[in-house]
Design a protein around this ligand. Structure first.
Ligand code: HEC
Length: 142
């Protein structure tokens, strides 16, 4: 019986540990100030195609709203960051710095009505991969 108790405890610990480590976009992962900086970059670098209200243009898809949320639901903020780093702005990918891109990402989170928090979103890939992109607010167990 002993080993069973041990196994159950071990599994419990792993679950607790992973629960504490992963965050979601609902946990206040950027600051309002950062989103403000991002807005300025966005208007200069992205709005010509994606629209000032992030609602999309003739060819570019929206970056806010239901369709956008559905596209990214279940992925991570790291995935979205990589997508921007690799392919945007479409007419000159990679032109912006990591800091500019992460600020723009903060602005996109704000535009999609995810709450702001006390700490800025940082552009470290590993940390970003720990933040789930959940379109709907997950139910809290606690
Ligand atoms: C020259 C026009 C143009 C500019 C400027 C531009 N984009 Fe795009 N963007 C597109 C087009 C067209 C697509 C869809 C085709 C593709 O994926 O390449 C797209 C797709 C995207 C997607 C994927 C959306 C989804 O739901 O899959 C993201 C995210 C994105 N752009 C972010 C940005 C950001 C951030 C900027 C500014 C740094 C930017 N784009 C600037 C044209 C543009």
């Amino acid at each position: 019986m002993r080993w069973r108790t041990g196994a159950v405890l071990a599994v419990g610990c792993v679950l607790l540990w992973s629960g504490a480590r992963t965050r979601s976009v609902w946990d206040g992962v950027y600051t309002e100030e950062q989103a403000g900086r991002g807005k300025a970059h966005y208007n200069r670098e992205c709005a010509s195609c994606h629209g000032e209200a992030l609602s999309g243009g003739e060819e570019a898809p929206p970056l806010a709203g239901d369709a956008f949320l559905a596209n990214w639901n279940g992925l991570t903020v790291g995935d979205l960051f990589e997508r921007i780093r690799r392919s945007m702005p479409q007419d000159n990918p990679g032109r912006l710095s990591r800091q500019q891109d992460i600020d723009i990402l903060a602005y996109m989170l704000a535009a999609n009505r995810f709450p702001a928090g006390k700490a800025e979103l940082e552009s470290r890939g590993e940390a970003l991969k720990q933040i789930r992109f959940d379109a709907a607010k997950p139910r809290q167990a606690n």
